[in-house]
Design a protein around this ligand. Sequence first.
Ligand SMILES: [Fe+2]
Length: 206
Amino acid sequence: MTFANDGYQVLPNFLGSLGIDVKDLEKYFQYRFNFSKEKITTINNSIKGKPEVAFYSDPFMEVILEKCVAPFSEIVGCDLFPSYSYTRKYSCGDELLIHRDRKSCQISATLSIAFEGTEINPICFSQSPDKENAVALYLKPGDLCLYRGCDLWHWRPPINNDWYLQSFLHFVDADGPYKQFKYDRRNGLGEPEPRISVKLDTNNQS
Ligand SMILES: [Fe+2]
């Protein structure tokens, strides 16, 4: 399995290679999800199940996003711009429906952080929307899978653990057709989601 041949590649224990203990990251996000008022709790059309619980642009994940630019550029074979990070906590029964990603997610990665239960929930890929020749990848906490988010169809079967925590890291080709989506059209890393900023501006005017 190589990125060049398959459009995806698993990097086992990627987080450890950055010198980060996945248990510490799990604890960090426990605090964030339990106590932060910034988390997103909305209906997401790509998820069948409960309203989504997530963080766009968590500051620490944005740091990791930046650290991934050099090693991922080498694997993908072109210079990358970071786009944005997104950390989602799935609940039991949630299903990520089959989809391809928007332009800001040309090159994507999913980082497995933690789950409560006994079975690893896979992420699945196919070249076509009918799930032909699908592959299911089972990532342990700390493992990461890099994939072509705009090209490969991907989904998750219903989560059969109490919860599952993972982060997406998104990039665009620095010389490609989506290079204007650098930072997901924000001014820089760490900024909130653009559409949330618009909402806040509206609130300020009223
Ligand atoms: Fe996706």
